[in-house]
Write a protein that binds this ligand. Structure first.
Ligand code: ADP
Length: 506
């Protein structure tokens, strides 16, 4: 693409902006209607690239969540019930088509709202997101039950029936809302449930727009509702609501604990995808040409704001110095910049609060004796107004240091040396988290030992960050429970019921 084409396509995309942001004062989408909060209160949402207010959102509270849950319950009992699996599949397929058609616009909204590099997302994101929703479209036709042969006396037929759980609450994070929402919309629509979605207050716009497209696709009003607002208000009200049957939450482990407590009232089912401190382990026999960029992007993608970021980089002694040098040089080539520019690799962090938090960790790392090998500072110049941070790399880290123990959620990587395979395994597992992991080696025995020994929901070998909806994703330990994607996720949206039918009396 030459320069003119780049500029043109950028301008073209920017002209899409007014469509949804023409009126920047957004409302909730409840029962197919845009409605203000009952209190009429609003909150600002910022463009992290500039620090300017991008739009305002309705500040939902308990009464707005109540209203949306009631609507979702009515929709669950209403015409949506009569949709056959084929009809549900058709709606999902129509939605997938519309989503694809509006993908540029949705991605632009997401990018403006949370700072992900637009062109990187446009190149990489489309097929992954569309494939996810299409996977669930196929699942809609795949829901059955069972007729187990029993050993009861007489003429008793036994059946296992599966039925949608009902109203699902979903609390979505800000670090990739377009993708995250698919793991709720997919199983909700495939099984015939209904939903109330509470997007993150920092990145609600793309989700509001998606909900509009669902209506255009022919989904009955009230099946998917979106209530915006703060986590501690709207989010907490949804987690505690007595008429929500299931709650899907993706976010921090700390908030995950609150959700568990809030859910106890009506014992709603939970699916929790929480924090991580994932190990990415490089053995001396690894192909470094692949490992250096693979490990770097495993932690710096999305400016490190990914739950499965490979932030603890274990490097075998022998290649440790060479690897650290190469990683530092590579990190300096990554262009940090405005997310709308074609060659930007790292955008800003989501908020001033997040930037301050991450900079706090950089200081702690230095105070505890880690050596700052690259980055560590907020960007100045043209980028000074946004929340930009250089890709940051620490050497001489031990697994006991704060930067190796706590989830930072920013572009901060720590390199930790190890000697043997067993030591790598012990260090990798020495964490309260267990979301994901990476292994770089050309030795099949090493690879197999790690694949079986690492206590994490995903092990990537000679790659990092691949996700397929048929395979799924979930965590060990304090990284949460429940599986996203795959057939077992569908199970979580269904109640099982056993029926014993005594034919001898009929
Ligand atoms: P972060 O602190 O990085 O924003 P969170 O885990 O707090 O990550 O946020 C993830 C989602 O959880 C957001 O949609 C947020 O609004 C919501 N949230 C935050 N606190 C609570 C809470 N106490 N109860 C329910 N939802 C919450």
């Amino acid at each position: 693409m030459d320069h003119d084409e780049k500029t043109m396509s950028l301008n073209e995309r920017s002209t899409l902006l007014p469509n949804f942001l023409e009126d920047p004062n957004k409302k909730h989408l409840i029962d197919g209607q845009w409605v203000a909060s009952m209190s009429e209160e609003r909150i600002d949402t910022f463009n992290p690239a500039t620090g300017a207010v991008l739009a305002t959102l309705s500040r939902g509270r308990t009464q707005d969540i109540d209203r949306a849950v009631q609507v979702a319950r009515r929709a669950f009992e209403g015409p949506w019930r009569l949709f056959t699996p084929a009809a549900r599949q058709q709606v999902i397929m129509r939605f997938a088509e519309l989503f694809e058609k509006h993908f540029d616009e949705l991605t632009l909204l997401e990018s403006l709202d949370m700072g992900a590099p637009l062109h990187k997302r446009l190149r990489a994101g489309k097929s992954g997101i569309i494939q996810t929703i299409l996977y669930f479209a196929a699942q809609a036709r795949n829901i059955g039950g069972a007729l187990p042969h029993n050993s009861l006396a007489g003429n008793v037929t036994t059946m296992i029936i599966q039925a949608p759980v009902g109203v699902v609450g979903a609390i979505i994070p800000w670090n990739g809302p377009l993708f995250s929402q698919m793991h709720v919309l997919g199983p909700v629509l495939a099984t015939g449930c209904t939903a109330v979605i509470k997007p993150a207050e920092d990145a609600s716009l793309a989700i509001l727009r998606t909900a509009e497209l669902l209506l255009e696709a022919g989904l009955p009003p009230g099946v998917v509702n979106v209530v915006t607002g703060l986590g501690v208000e709207a989010g907490a009200a949804l987690a505690a609501h007595p008429d929500v049957n299931r709650l899907a939450f993706t976010g921090s482990t700390q908030v995950g604990r609150e959700i568990i407590k809030a859910s106890a009232g009506n014992m709603k089912r939970l699916q929790l995808e929480l924090g991580g401190k994932s190990p990415d382990i490089v053995f001396a026999d690894a192909d470094l040409e692949k490992a250096v960029p693979g490990v770097a992007m495993g932690v710096y993608s999305n400016s490190g704001q990914i739950c499965f970021a490979g932030t603890r980089i274990f490097v075998q002694r022998g290649i440790q110095e060479e690897f650290l040098d190469q990683l530092a040089s590579y990190s300096k080539t990554l262009k940090v910049g405005n997310p709308l520019e074609e060659d930007t690799v790292l955008g800003p962090l989501i908020s001033q609060r997040q930037l301050d938090r991450v900079l706090g960790y950089v200081r702690t790392g230095q105070d505890e004796g880690a050596s700052l090998v690259a980055g560590g500072s907020r960007m100045g110049g043209d980028l000074a107004e946004g929340y930009y941070l250089e890709p940051t790399l620490f050497g001489q880290v031990t697994n006991a240091m704060t930067v190796a123990r706590e989830e930072i959620f920013g572009p901060v990587a720590s390199v930790i040396p190890f000697g043997t395979v067993e030591e790598a395994l012990r260090l990798a597992n020495d964490t309260p988290y267990g979301l994901a992991s990476g292994v770089w080696s050309s030795n099949v025995n090493t690879v197999m030992r790690m694949v079986h020994g690492i206590q994490a929901g995903t092990v990537w070998v000679n790659c990092y960050g691949l996700i397929d909806p048929a395979v799924g994703f979930g965590g060990y330990k304090e990284s949460g429970y429940g599986w996203k994607g795959g057939e077992s996720q569908i199970d979580g949206y269904l109640y099982q019921k056993a029926a014993y039918i005594n034919g001898s009396n009929v």
